[in-house]
Structures are given as structure tokens and as C-alpha cells.
Design a protein. Structure first.
Ligand code: TYM
Length: 326
């Protein structure tokens, strides 16, 4: 069956192997979309430079992310997987887009405000222009469907505004990209409060060692309104029960047992760890195999960048002609 003539695009930072939030919030949609849409997925190493200032670490984490995405189901025969800096045309487009983006739009971006607090001693200029580079990522291949978690909604809205701003000045050029969410667009971390995120240290590392997964899950905050195991549980307010809803087919039965105090929080955590370890076992094995084959990963990424060349060349030709650079 031929694919629909709609292009999907998404980017992910090379923060090493992905966590449960990345997978449930975004990656499983990347995998689904590659079946029906022309799909392009990018490991955004230029973006990562805003927080990682260690060349060896960035190179290693870029390969780890590539191996992980393939292990979790991206098929290089069905989608294009590449590294952002291998198609530097994105920087040229980002500059042009900066000239149609008011400073106030980027200053009000929630992620910029968060980052200013998170890395107060490193508020570099890249953090401010970050969402314009993200818009360039999406607009360069003229993608119209963007699978992301909810934390990227503001960036997507800005990408739409930037597309509109360019189109208003220079004529219809870019589609306005739409975010596509999974059924779990915000996965909370093991603290049960904040979004799961590497920088907050509250992740469940799905491709990590089973002992690590067990430790992370067993250390999770559960039902804070249930001091005793004999008290009835509140699955709606317990993040571990919420995670069961996402990964356990029989979650309703589990929730019922919690409400009736037939099971306790530790039982729910033990079961969750077991299920996550079993579910991700094939991906973990493939991930470790791929990491031992760095040339294979590099070939896949090299092919991806090469495949994109005609697409990005055409966009840049059109854009440069419209703005007067050619
Ligand atoms: P990043 O690398 O932080 O996250 C990658 C993807 O995972 C999603 N995600 C989550 N979803 C649900 N719950 C969570 N706890 C959770 N944590 C992460 C993110 O929403 C994202 O979809 N700025 C982007 C990268 C980017 C990009 C792009 C995305 C650069 N250019 C172009 C789309 C299109 C980022 O830092 O994602």
C-alpha cells in the first residue's frame, strides 16, 4: 500500500537512551506514523549544544539515541532517520526564519523561562533561539504532522506562527504543522509530580539494566493518601496506578484490588517493574546489539541525511528565491 502524501517529522534530543515518557509520549507515535506517512525523524544535536558542552558525550549519546530509536521500532526502510547537523541547511533556514520572528515571541516561550531557571549559570543565546531552529527543522522538509509530547505544544504553536509570518511576507510556502499526541501526552516521573525528564532525575530508563528499572520503579512515589496497606487505595491519584493504565491490559482489575485494599503500593510497583522489564526486553537486547555495531548505526544515519538532500535543496532554492538571496 502506498503512503499518504503527508509528511511527518519529529526531533528528539540526544540525551542517551530514551525514558518511559519519551516512548509513551512520542516514540510510539513515530513508530505508528511510519506505516502510513512519509516520516522523518531527527536526532537534534545542534539543539543539544544548548545544554551539553562535551564533544565526546554528545557523540556517544547521539549514537545511543539512534540505536534506541531503531530498537524501539523505527525501521530505516520505512522512515528516514538522521542527525540534525548532517543536514546543516537547517541553520541557513533558521537564520532566515529569525528575520521574520519578533523577539517577543521567543522570549515568552515557556521552555526558555524553565531553562533559565534550570541552568541559571549557562543562559546562552541558543536557548532563546532554540524554538526557531525547531521551526526550521519542521519547515525545511515542509512537514505537516509532528508527533510530540504535550511539553512541545508551545514550540509547535510557535512553529505555526513562524510559518504564517513567512507565508504572509513572501507568499504561500510552508504548511502550518500540526502536533499529534499519543493517549499519554504527559507522563509523570517517579516523583509522581513533575513531567518525567532526565534533567529532573525522575526517569524510568526502559532500555537500562533490569536492576536499574526495578530500583527506579520501587523508589516511585505512590498513593500519598494511603498511609496503611489496609486503607483503601486511590488509583486515580497514584502515578504507579496511572502507569499501569498505560502498560497493563488488566489495569481495571488492578485498580479494583487497590480500592479494596487487597493489594498494596509495593505490590503495584513490583508488578509494574516486572511488566516494564518484560515488555522492553526485546528492545533492550536489540539496543545492546546495535551499540556494538557503531558502523551499522553510522551507515543508517548517513543514508538518512543523503536521502533528505533533494528535499531540503528544493525548499532552500524556493526560499532563497522568494527572499531575494538567489
Ligand atoms: P525531547 O528530546 O525533550 O523529547 C523527545 C520527545 O519526547 C516527548 N517527551 C514526553 N512526552 C510525554 N511525557 C514526558 N514526560 C515526556 N518527556 C519527553 C517530547 O514531547 C518529545 O516529543 N525540542 C524537542 C526536540 C525537537 C523537536 C524538533 C521536536 C527539536 N526539533 C522538531 C519536534 C519537531 C525536545 O527537546 O524533545
Amino acid at each position: 500500500m502506498s503512503k499518504q502524501p503527508i509528511r511527518a517529522y519529529s526531533g528528539i534530543q540526544p540525551s542517551g537512551a530514551p525514558h518511559l515518557g519519551n516512548d509513551l509520549g512520542a516514540i510510539r507515535n513515530y513508530v505508528a506514523l511510519q506505516e502510513n506517512y512519509e516520516s522523518i525523524y531527527c536526532i537534534v544535536d545542534y539543539h543539544a549544544l544548548t545544554s551539553v558542552h562535551d564533544g565526546e558525550k554528545l557523540r556517544r549519546q547521539t549514537r545511543e539515541m539512534a540505536a534506541a530509536l531503531i530498537a524501539l521500532g523505527l525501521d530505516p526502510n520505512k522512515c528516514t532517520l538522521f542527525v540534525q547537523s548532517h543536514r546543516p541547511e537547517v541553520q541557513e533556514l533558521a537564520w532566515i526564519l529569525m528575520t521574520v520572528t519578533p523577539v517577543s515571541w521567543v522570549e515568552r516561550t515557556p521552555t526558555y523561562k524553565e531553562k533559565k531557571l534550570q541552568q541559571a549559570d549557562d543562559i546562552n543565546h541558543g536557548l532563546l533561539t532554540y524554538p526557531i531552529l525547531q521551526a526550521a527543522d519542521i519547515l525545511l522538509p515542509k512537514a505537516s504532522v509532528v508527533p510530540v509530547g504535550k511539553d512541545q505544544a508551545a514550540h509547535l504553536e510557535l512553529s505555526r506562527e513562524i510559518a504564517r509570518s513567512f507565508n504572509n511576507k513572501f507568499g504561500d510556502t510552508f504548511p502550518e504543522p500540526e502536533a499529534v499526541f499519543t493517549t499519554s501526552p504527559v507522563v509523570l516521573g517517579t516523583d509522581g509530580e513533575k513531567k518525567m525528564s532526565k534533567s529532573l532525575g525522575n526517569t524510568i530508563d526502559i532500555l537500562g539494566d533490569p536492576a536499574v528499572i526495578t530500583k527506579q520503579v520501587m523508589g516511585s512515589v505512590t498513593d500519598t493518601k494511603r498511609p496503611l496497606k489496609s486503607d483503601p487505595g486511590h488509583p486515580e491519584a497514584c502515578n504507579v496506578c496511572q502507569l499501569h493504565k498505560l502498560v497493563s491490559a488488566n489495569y481495571e482489575e488492578l485498580w479494583q484490588n487497590e480500592r479494596a485494599a487487597l493489594t498494596g503500593c509495593a505490590d503495584m510497583k513490583r508488578l509494574l517493574a516486572e511488566r516494564l522489564i518484560a515488555h522492553y526486553a526485546p528492545a533492550r537486547e536489540r539496543y545492546n546489539e546495535l551499540l556494538a555495531l557503531p558502523h551499522e548505526i553510522d551507515n543508517i544515519l548517513g543514508d538518512g541525511a543523503a536521502r533528505l538532500l533533494p528535499i531540503v535543496t528544493e525548499t532552500m532554492r524556493e526560499v532563497k528565491e522568494k527572499v531575494g538571496l538567489a
